[in-house]
Design a protein. Structure first.
Length: 451
């Protein structure tokens, strides 16, 4: 695609030496100079004018070609599409080669490196184009995004030939552009009520009387009651005004805690088998979308060395912020205990529902769940370890060792359930209905008071 040059197209050179020339001679220029020199020397030594006449067009052609040599190096720019990219969706990018000189480029060879999770058509092949003087030519790259994350498009390099192929430019490299690919939102729906709704407005029934749609009972009319709440049947029967009282609708806070201490399994992209991080990120996006759509407040936490945190908020803006936050999730192993970093004072609300997405691979994850439960918070553990996750076979005992590890992990899950931590495997829609029902029942029961 040809268009006029736009000022400001920047490039990062591969070598940043001030003494390096922008253009270097090719072997064709060396052969032309050698041929002209041999013909002139032979004509002078042998006294033959015809050899000098034969060398004249070669000399004039070489001089004319060098006179049209561009003054500066080419410009290279990488542009990524601005659309909302999702796993499995189409992705497009553009590599632009610009020429701000008065002479055109005879040939420009463009090579691009991309992320393996961006399947681009002819993305690994060189592209040969011609760039006119004062113009730009776009090399369009189209393909499919296979996995979530900030996938790099580039770096890209270009080297051009000018002056009838007598000079070539030094390689010019453009830095890569990060293409945000958002995770696919797995279908998720939870019909159970939140364990404790403590906000001001929302879609959950609370235990406090107020303006809402849930009937709490009938009581005697008092100051401040609205006339539309009068129950005329009861009032006529008792000869005294009665009003229908309701329970206020409240929102709740949902804390999504992502365990990033370990990664297991091999990611096959959106069409292959998922890894632990794939399941964690996609499940977190689905749960956040569900509760934000219902008007609840959602916050994010990382259980790892980085201990990143996203403040609680509501609305579509928070959902977009959650998606951007999830793009930077990385599995980081650390020998230190990150509990104090993640769960410092005033970080987790006592009324919040804490959904922990964990593979339960690291022993510290089980300890963290036990601490959260002992602190009196409402905790739901979601098992994100895929069934296909298995270590590579390194000997005849690898399979037996993996089975023993699975049995030990099942025992850990059983112990957590005995201590009041519900653990459920992620299965999309309806995954948390049963455990949320149990958590809601526990929240409605009176708490013991220690004196």
């Amino acid at each position: 695609m040809l268009r006029p040059a736009v000022p400001g197209a920047q490039a990062v050179p591969e070598y940043d030496h001030t003494d390096q020339p922008d253009w270097t001679p090719t072997r064709a220029l060396g052969r032309a100079v050698l041929l002209v020199g041999l013909l002139l020397v032979a004509g002078v030594l042998l006294g033959r004018v015809d050899l000098v006449v034969l060398a004249t067009p070669f000399a004039l052609g070489t001089a004319w070609a060098l006179r049209r040599r561009p003054a500066g190096p080419p410009r290279l720019r990488i542009d990524a599409g601005d659309g909302h990219l999702v796993e499995g969706g189409p992705v497009s990018g553009t590599v632009t080669v610009g020429n701000h000189a008065a002479a055109g480029y005879d040939l420009a060879v463009v090579r691009t490196r991309t992320s393996p999770w961006l399947r681009l058509e002819r993305g690994d092949r060189p592209h040969a184009i011609a760039v006119p003087a004062g113009g730009e030519v776009d090399v369009e790259l189209r393909g499919e995004a296979l996995r979530w994350g900030r996938q790099p498009l580039g770096p890209a390099g270009v080297q051009v030939a000018a002056g009838d192929g007598l000079v070539v430019s030094r390689p010019v490299i453009a830095e890569p552009r990060g293409v945000p690919v958002y995770p696919v939102t797995d279908p998720f729906d939870a019909d159970e009520a939140m364990p404790r709704a403590a906000g001001l407005v929302g879609g959950h029934r609370s235990r406090r009387p107020g303006e809402g749609g849930e009937l709490a009972g009938v009581r005697i009319f008092g100051p401040g009651d609205r006339l539309r709440r009068i129950d005329w049947r009861v009032s006529l029967r008792t000869r005294q005004l009665h009003v229908a009282s309701t329970l206020s609708d409240r929102d709740a806070e949902v804390v999504l805690l992502l365990d990033v201490l370990a990664e297991a399994g091999r990611s096959g992209g959106v069409k292959g088998s998922p890894s632990v991080l794939d399941t964690t990120v996609r499940a977190a996006a689905a749960v956040a979308e569900h509760y934000l759509h219902r008007g609840d407040r959602v916050s994010m936490l990382e259980y790892g060395p980085a201990a990143r945190r996203l403040r609680p908020a509501t609305g579509r803006r928070q959902y977009l912020t959650v998606l951007e936050w999830l793009l930077d999730v990385r599995a980081e192993a650390s020998p230190y205990e990150p509990y104090d970093q993640v769960f410092g004072p005033h970080v987790l609300s006592s009324d919040a529902l804490v959904v922990v997405l964990t593979p339960l691979v690291d022993p510290r994850s089980a300890e963290m769940l036990a601490r959260l439960t002992r602190s009196g918070r409402f905790v739901v553990a979601v098992d994100t370890l895929p069934d296909t996750a298995a270590p590579p076979g390194r000997g005849q005992w690898s399979d037996i060792a993996h089975r023993l590890w699975r049995l030990d992990r099942d025992n850990t899950i059983g112990q957590l359930r005995e201590h009041g931590v519900p653990v459920v495997a992620w299965a999309g829609a309806g995954s948390l209905d049963l455990v949320l029902r149990d958590v809601a029942r526990l929240a409605s029961a009176p708490r013991p008071v220690h004196r």
